[in-house]
Design a protein around this ligand. Sequence first.
Ligand code: SF4
Ligand code: SF4
Ligand code: FES
Length: 580
Amino acid sequence: MQIKINGRDIEVNSSETIFQAALRNRIEIPHLCYDPDLPPTGSCRLCICEVNGRIMSTCDTKVADNMVVETETKKVIRLRKINIELLLSRHKDEEKTVSQLQKLKKKYKIKNTRFNKKSCEVKSSKDKSVLKIADKDSGRKNNSNLSICLDNSKCILCGKCVNKCRLTQGVNALCFEGRGNEGLKITTAFDDMLKRSVCVDCGQCVLVCPSGALHEVDDISKVVAAIENPKKHVVVQTAPAIRASIGEEFGLPAGTLVTKKMVASLKEAGFDKVFDTNFGADLTIVEEATEFISRAAKGGPFPQFTSCCPAWIKYVEQFYPQFIPYLSSCKSPNRMLGCIAKTYYANKMGLHPNNIVVVSIMPCTAKKAECKRPDFHKHPDVDIVLTTREAARFLKQKGIDLTKMNDEEEFDNPLGEATGAGVIFGATGGVTEAALRTVYEFVTGNGVTNPEFNQIRGLPKIKEGSITMKGTVYNFAVAHGLSNAKILMEQLKEGKSKYHFIEIMACPGGCIGGGGQPIPTNDSIREKRIDALYREDRNMPFRKSHENPSIKKLYDEFLGKSGSAKAHKLLHTAFTKRKA
Ligand code: SF4
Ligand code: SF4
Ligand code: FES
């Protein structure tokens, strides 16, 4: 089948939409509500084009033989501008909001909307706390939890967040409520506050929101205050995924590795030490492998689930509390490094732990909530979490252009040395691959012949494999995106799970697709970031966590053996049932 777009003949597949055919052929059509992973809602009307002389939205119109499509006629541009103005009429227009809508406003040189701003009053609410914290500017409620904020005064009702939360994550925290232009809004069940909803803090809704209505809780000012406080020793750690994505915020192509430039930027920004969360990942693997071997000796419980993703942990605590004992008791790499910074490193440096501030740069909004968990809050391992996007904003505020920094700066020791196994934690399947490299050697006494487990790499939704150790076959599985995790959980519930080890990351693609990552994040960008991490892995002098010389030294000097009482006290935790 053939169609013509802007005079170009294009071969199309009858099941695709005009928009998909254009995208595949690199013909850009403006859009806000389209998302490649979600069904079209056709709500923003910005993808309109002339189709056989008629104005039609293209994201929800299937191709037909001999269609003639014009994407940028005078009429299309005039109507598209009107549609942008209409969207702006219900959007609190702030220059500081960097969103797809603001970018289109600039592109089409729109100064102000000619349409009346929607009345923004909260008419009534039974919940007094909602009224008390009503946003003075808009009259709408300021609705946030520990990780994300929903500002309805910016929302254009595209519905992507609702679909993302429901279809990709299977959480259903968000919904539409009310009717008509005045009443319709995005909210949570029973119009309650986000903090009392079932939201698991993954931030996937933030990644797709085109208006900036959903955004992370901003913690940049806390970092600035800590650095300016002369009594504080401020250390920062960067998660594996950041080195493969933060460059995008500075205009570099997706998948550009900027490890050393990133370290140089953070030193320039005033941090006392720059540590690598990959070190924490190596430590996690050593503890998690030891836990797996001890479970195998006791006959279970299997599967052992990974525990490094806090959104996944909250998901289990809320929706599958009966399987909490299956979760590894290991803290996340982020928490492990923070804890070692405030104990081992503090001792070495002669610092009081209370004077150390641990800042974590994470691809993740859920890590913000993790550091405020009740079990964590009294003696926080980590004090402040910035997402990749916030870290880039922070550097820009300091006048630092990451691309211009030197490419030689190394992480600081003793918590800066890491292996390739730590690096690949940032990609879906990476934790399992790292664990296999170590468990196999711990159990058999021999190294794996090939450290690369290709069957669990890449973006298939659920990946699986098996490994034989001392005559016993162990099955493992990897899922990313919580709706995929749900499939494995339901198997377990029905007694049909054959797995001994399951890795779950709440975000599609793993941490490289985390809710705190640069926008846009889509499959092609996820693949490039993943490739970058595997490249880094291949170039590392050590590729197995237990071979990390700094980890060996940490056990020798401080923790004793892996799985020791001291290691358990500092590096392990417990999870508790939550009301869903
Ligand atoms: S952060 Fe995740 S769980 Fe929470 S509302 Fe957004 S998509 Fe849903
Ligand atoms: S909050 Fe954002 S993603 Fe959700 S409906 Fe509003 S504009 Fe769309
Ligand atoms: S992108 Fe097609 S209507 Fe919004």
